[in-house]
Write a protein that binds this ligand. Structure first.
Ligand code: CA
Length: 401
């Protein structure tokens, strides 16, 4: 298909073409790039369009779906028609020779809670004897507004947060002892919307530019003490990591699936009978290099289109760069759970790693990497790259469990 010599299984084939921001030297101008095989196509260089030299994807994302489509089709033609080879080749850089930067400026950040298995697991742990799901769960995608300023690029050190937690029923202060991950999928808004005007579910592909991976780092002990009655706060806001490549929605046509059957009727604004936006992403979570979970995204109860409709139904407006995350992705099987609190069942069933050590929650020095793939239209597999982070000790004495 392409005249480029693509190595096997990078997941960055001609039908993927994810966007990112890169520099070739620390003081260089950040530019927009497109991953292809083990190379990055310098879009600023090859197009001469200043929108690709702004240092983030925001200006390009704001141009809207017609521009996204024409740019994608132009890049596809350049990389497939040998007539363009001579002109394009100077703008192809080895991916290992560039440094990736944060791909977009995060406007607002919303985090949902849309995996039924995850919500039921947490409900069973924290509200034993009560129904696993709260009464609202099957009627609306539950979410909260997070802290946009602490959404950072993959690889940003994860400094163990400090805060208040309960110990023997008494509030104490110190480094979190229950630092956790949440494997999630993020959706990046390109086109803004008018204040007061909801965005209907069917308009999802007109507003959302693409998809990235998210690790919503979570301090469970801080969270457990602070979250009633207003929800997550400092237990989440210290850091959220995102992957450097944003896979455009247009690359995911072969990954669109019907979401699971819903067992409560949906209100009309959430009824997705004619606009099913389940996505068949297969995720993997590695702890210090070992796979500890394989969360299946296709089973998510609420889709990104429903989440978008819900978060604007009150008239809240969208801004270019808004990021909303799916919520922890967990499947029904024990090895499909997207957080350590589920994998270790609230600490009662420690994981054993190949080096013989055990984990309930994260130790200082641990590294967590989340990857994902999806079916591509040409029958290959496309990759979302990865989001990774290593735990650094809290200021002061390191702790372990
Ligand atoms: Ca989350």
């Amino acid at each position: 298909m392409t005249w480029l010599d693509l190595p096997e299984s990078t997941g960055f084939g001609i039908t993927n073409l994810p966007y990112g921001i890169f520099v070739t030297e620390p003081s260089g101008t950040p530019r927009t790039g497109v991953a292809i095989g083990d190379h990055v196509l310098d879009l600023a260089g090859v197009t001469g369009d200043p929108v690709h030299a702004t240092g983030s994807l925001n200006a390009f994302m704001a141009e809207g779906p017609e521009s996204w489509a024409s740019t994608r089709s132009m890049i596809t033609e350049w990389l497939t028609d040998p007539a363009h080879q001579q002109r394009v080749t100077p703008h192809l850089l080895p991916i290992d020779s560039v440094t990736l930067r944060m791909p977009f400026e995060v406007a607002d950040y919303v985090d949902f809670y849309s995996s039924r298995d995850h919500a039921e697991n947490l409900g069973r742990m924290f509200r034993p004897g009560s129904p696993a799901l709260t009464p609202n769960w099957k009627h609306l995608p539950i979410g909260y507004h997070g802290r946009a300023g602490t959404v950072q690029l993959s690889g940003t050190p994860v400094t163990r947060p400090q805060g208040q937690y309960l110990t023997d029923g008494t509030p104490a202060f110190g480094p979190s002892r229950r630092l956790d991950i949440e494997a999630e999928v993020g959706f990046v808004v390109g086109v803004p919307s008018e204040l007061g005007t909801p965005v209907p579910l069917h308009d999802f592909p007109s507003y959302v530019f693409g998809v990235c991976l998210v690790n919503d780092w979570s301090a469970r002990d801080l969270q457990a003490w602070e979250y009633v009655p207003l929800g997550p706060f400092l237990g989440k806001s210290f850091l959220t990591s995102v992957s450097p490549w944003v896979v455009p929605l247009a690359a995911l046509s072969a990954a669109v699936v019907k979401p699971p059957a819903r067992d409560e009727p949906l209100l009309p604004y959430l009824d997705d009978t004619d606009a099913a936006w389940g996505l068949d992403l297969s995720m993997e979570v590695r702890l210090n290099g070992s796979i500890v979970s394989r969360p299946p995204f296709r089973g998510m109860y609420w889709t990104a289109a429903q989440q978008l409709a819900h978060m604007t139904v009150n008239g809240a407006s969208l801004r270019t760069g808004d990021l909303y995350a799916s919520g922890t992705v967990s499947g029904p099987a024990p090895d499909e759970r997207g957080s350590l609190i589920e994998l270790s069942w609230n600490g009662a069933e420690p994981l054993t790693l190949p080096d013989g050590s055990t984990r309930t929650f994260l130790h200082d020095g641990d590294e967590v990497t989340i990857t994902a793939t999806a079916p591509a239209p040409d029958g290959s597999t496309l990759s979302f790259g990865h989001v990774t982070g290593r735990i650094h000790p809290a200021p002061g004495a390191p702790v372990s469990d």
